[in-house]
Design a protein around this ligand. Sequence first.
Ligand SMILES: [Zn+2]
Length: 270
Amino acid sequence: MLRFGPAGIPVSSPKRDTVSGIKKVAELGLNAMEVEFVRGVRMSEGAAEEAGKIAKEINILLSAHAPYFINLASEDEKKREKSITFITDTAKIANALGAKIVVFHPGYYYKKDKNKTFSLMVENIKKAKKIVEENKWNVVLAPETMGRQATFGSLDEIISLCEEADVAPTIDFAHIHARGNGCLKTKDDFGKILDRVEKLGLKSLHMHFTGVEYKNGNEKKHLILEDGDLDFSLLAKELAERKINGTLINESPNLEADALHMKKVYERMK
Ligand SMILES: [Zn+2]
């Protein structure tokens, strides 16, 4: 099964709290929501448990997005330690929410040294994973493919990282498209990405999709689907043919409208 939902509380939600957002998602006919901790993890375990209970009752699958401030390959050791804490703080609340996937941006290149960067990423993700395991939090750490040349997170890097640190990827197609300066044009372009991801042997795949503005291989901003040059139907066809299970989160400024549009396009392909 493939689920669809917004990154964060729907625009049309009458209130800006997580529970109202979850209820709105169900009302709209969507079935997933990413809870955004991108500016900090500000939710108590009790509140998370309550929201998670409601989400489960109305069949909304939650995921969580860790703060943007993470840099696991920082030159400053204190910042690396802090980055691990951002991930584990998110993991703790995600566990209380019943949100299995913890999305995070791994960070930047250590002095432009890609090998050193990679080994720091692996080392620090393993440290975060150890804390998750010690606490028996039922979550999967999911580093995301990133849309700028200066950030660690090409598709190759993320797949290697997942193999090496035994974690699962968040495949953000808009980021891959921007980083490749508009590389996703045909159904086969999407298929080739899925071919590589499928080698990881995952039961389900966590994905982000949105329109994107980019220049010289760098993401500028997210766009509503209609204004971007990514054709979701090409990906939808591949996902349907391959019977891929998982979640597709829409991050466009038109959150729930675009998430609903994607769900409809996908259902037509099945
Ligand atoms: Zn992200």
